[in-house]
Design a protein around this ligand. Structure first.
Ligand SMILES: *[C@@H]1O[C@H](CO)[C@@H](O)[C@H](O)[C@H]1NC(C)=O
Ligand SMILES: *[C@@H]1O[C@H](CO)[C@@H](O)[C@H](O)[C@H]1NC(C)=O
Ligand SMILES: *[C@@H]1O[C@H](CO)[C@@H](O)[C@H](O)[C@H]1NC(C)=O
Length: 700
């Protein structure tokens, strides 16, 4: 045979190389869920505190991303000189400032807005013209303060910013990473004020700046609390964290009226969240508790207090009362012996929204808080895919999706997800969203070989072994979006058959079933279901669940409570599809949770959700989250290199990892009828079980 002339072969090889290798990006994407977060649309608002009919709520932040946990610095003009800002727009004595948390860059960071103030209420709208706003990040990215972390609860003391950050890992699992730091703004140098391996939440700096109070569970650490963290209040020197002293047992969210008075909240023994006042002696080297007094009576919940040095007897709180389904801001006026003079602030001006975490202006004339901006206040629309800053942008882009249990079609062009009740499919550019199944179903997983086939399970979630849940396949009509998908039931016993995951050769589906009386893993025929072939993969008196088949076909990863059946603690295990090689990959300390494993495209790592980093904020300062400790992590399949991908105080879960690279930009929700602001206040603040006490004369 004649030798192929190499001069022809080389271009051919090059052509082949570019055809087949160049378009394949060396990157992938991780997509996960945060309960309700896509609809929070938080902005900071403020209103005058004096009640008046013309009273209006003013939106202070610009409607980009979410903006929350604000703080009015006491001398904004000093910030102008601190940052060498041109005073052209600023008659410096007429400047207002707002420091707040924003997630506009794909991670939470602290911003400062400076804008001209208005002395007369009549033209205050004009003060909100965004054109006049100076607007910048207070904590620029630099060595030692990585941006992929949570920054929260800012306050200012001179030229130092005091805040919470999660950028340093704790040394043990289930120990929160939240700690208080102080950044010297002119130089950017940052010091940790919280001792190593202690978590501190909700810092507040005293009016003199000398003291900082925090909520901390101290050496005890986090023991799984998801409602009240049972923190104590510690006080330390703002300058260096020294003289750290336990001043109040059982309390959270401290705020200072003056250098010897702290207000805080706690859940009282009568079950009502209430605000308390502690008198301290802070003249000596270490603060000393003198007395504690309950301020708000039983009959309604009051929490997240704020006070102002300019009006020490005036306390702002968030409340939940039987008279409203919403969380509202109220003032308690204790001045002039006005015991229990309550002034409603937000219920009269925006009755149908939850309002969070009030704060006063330095002159105590205005009160700020955050709430969902709603659809009428402009700002960014809800997002289908919110881009987050990736820890390893060269390996994966990172997104939060507005739905749960996302999974990608093998070509990466479509995403299936759950929005209970119903399974949806959307193109990965956000176009053509459609419901493909309208029953209660979870999770989603695409077949690797047969086009348009999605596996899910239909029935109630979080149910007992015997509950009627069955696996179905949904076959989309790829030529006609409008055509009804074909639904096929693959199991029939109805004994909690759920979490299907197909093998890469398209022949098998692994799933969990309660058919033996325990939830164990089974493998069945992918096309015809259990009637065409089934075998049991794991067996034992415990729960194996949330299984995922590796792209190389070698492993099935799953979550199991076999280390302590029934305890609620889950580890991630792996097993070969032939039943050999069982091993534990990762657990979150003793009693922790690692759930929802999903293999990386190269089958060498897993992404999963876990309580490995505890909780990052007091849950009562957020909307409802069942599992506020949920964060997304990756781990090598040998159990090494645990990496935290998400840092926030919300519940992150149900991650997927696709070989398809999504450009790191936001994708706007195009599904019609997605309501803004559709999220719940903390369920455990429900007044239902207490309502009779309320009607029985106490509150309201
Ligand atoms: C502001 O200007 C002063 C004097 O020119 C300089 O020393 C300082 O570093 C500047 N600060 C900032 C934040 O740029
Ligand atoms: C089971 O599967 C694994 C992974 O494919 C393989 O290495 C092993 O030899 C198999 N064992 C048996 C007994 O078939
Ligand atoms: C409420 O009901 C209880 C029991 O029915 C009764 O003893 C009490 O007097 C009522 N009033 C108040 C204010 O608790």
């Amino acid at each position: 045979m004649k030798k192929f002339p190499s001069v022809l072969l080389i271009p051919f090889l090059l052509f082949t190389f570019f055809m087949f290798f160049v378009p394949i990006r060396a990157t992938s994407s991780i997509v996960f869920t945060t309960l309700g977060r896509s609809l929070y649309c938080f902005d900071i608002f403020a209103t005058l505190i004096s009640p008046s009919s013309s009273q209006a709520e003013l939106q202070l932040t610009d409607g980009v991303s979410v903006n929350y946990n604000g703080f009015f610095p006491s001398s904004p003009s000093s910030l102008i000189s601190l940052f060498n800002l041109s005073s052209s727009s600023s008659r410096t004595n007429n400047i207002e400032g707002l420091i707040y948390v924003t997630e506009r860059s794909g991670y939470s960071t602290i911003y400062l807005d400076i804008y001209p103030s208005s002395s007369s209420p009549s033209n205050r709208r004009e003060t909100l013209e965004l054109r006049t706003r100076l607007h910048f990040a207070l904590l620029p990215e630099h060595d030692g303060l990585p941006s992929v972390s949570m920054k929260d609860r800012p306050s200012l003391s001179g030229d130092r910013l005091i805040f919470v950050s999660t950028h340093e890992p704790s040394h043990s699992p289930r120990q929160s990473w939240a700690a208080v730091y102080s950044t010297h703004l002119p130089t950017g140098s940052t010091t940790r004020l919280t001792p190593d391996d202690i978590a501190d939440f909700s810092p507040a700096v005293s009016p003199s700046g000398r003291w900082t109070a925090v909520a901390s569970s101290g050496e005890r650490g986090w023991t799984g609390e998801v409602q009240e963290l049972n923190t104590d209040i510690y006080v330390f020197k703002t300058s260096d964290g020294s003289a750290r002293t336990l001043v109040v047992e059982h309390g959270g969210w401290p705020c200072w009226a003056d250098d010897s008075t702290i207000y805080f909240h706690r859940k009282s023994s009568d079950e009502w969240w209430s605000v308390y006042r502690a008198a301290l002696s802070t003249h000596g080297d270490a603060p000393l508790l003198i007395s504690i007094e309950r301020i708000t009576p039983p009959g309604f919940h009051a929490f997240t207090p704020a006070v102002s040095a300019a009006a020490p007897g005036l306390i702002a709180v968030a409340t939940r009362r039987a008279s409203s389904q919403f969380r509202h801001i109220e003032l308690i006026d204790l001045r002039d012996g006005n015991i229990n003079a309550y002034i409603e602030v937000t219920r009269v001006i925006s009755p149908n929204a939850h309002h969070f975490n009030p704060f006063f202006s330095p002159d105590a004339r205005r009160i700020g808080y955050h709430r969902c901006r709603g659809s009428r206040n402009g700002g960014n629309p809800p997002l289908l895919l919110e881009n987050l800053k990736s820890l390893k942008p060269e390996t994966f882009s990172l997104f939060r999706i507005d739905g749960s249990f996302p999974s990608f079609s093998p070509d990466g062009r479509q995403i299936a997800y759950v929005n209970l009740p119903g399974v949806y499919v959307v193109n990965s550019d956000g176009s053509n969203p459609r419901e493909v199944y309208n029953g209660n179903a979870f999770p989603t997983a695409w077949d690797w070989k047969r086009k348009g086939v999605i596996y899910t399970s239909n029935g109630p979630e979080f149910a007992q072994e015997s509950t009627g849940v069955d696996i179905i396949s949904i076959t989309l009509n790829e030529d006609d979006d409008k055509a009804e998908p074909l639904i096929k039931k693959l199991t029939s016993a109805g004994k909690n058959n759920a979490f299907p995951s197909p093998s890469p050769d398209g022949k098998w589906v692994v799933f969990r079933s309660g058919r033996s009386g325990y939830k164990n893993l089974y493998v069945m025929d992918a096309v015809e279901g259990e009637s065409a072939g089934i075998y049991q993969l794991t067996e034992g008196p415990w729960s194996d669940t949330m299984c995922n088949w590796s792209p190389d076909g070698e492993w099935i990863a799953f979550a199991s409570d076999r280390d302590n059946p029934g305890s609620g603690s889950f580890s991630i295990y792996m097993i070969h599809p032939n039943g050999t090689g069982l091993r534990k990959v990762v657990h979150s300390g003793n009693g922790g949770r690692t759930n929802h494993p999903w293999f990386s495209p190269d089958s060498a790592s897993l992404v999963f959700t876990s309580d490995y980093a505890g909780v990052s904020a007091e849950p009562i300062s957020n909307p409802h989250h069942y599992q506020p400790y949920g964060e997304i992590f990756t781990v090598k399949i040998d159990g090494s290199e645990i990496k935290r991908l998400t840092h926030n105080s919300f519940e992150d879960g149900t991650p997927t990892w696709t070989p398809f690279f999504l450009e790191p930009t936001d994708v706007v929700e195009s599904l019609q009828g997605v309501a803004h602001c559709r999220f719940d206040d903390c369920h455990w603040l429900s007044l239902q079980n207490r309502i009779k006490n309320v009607l029985n004369g106490t509150g309201c």
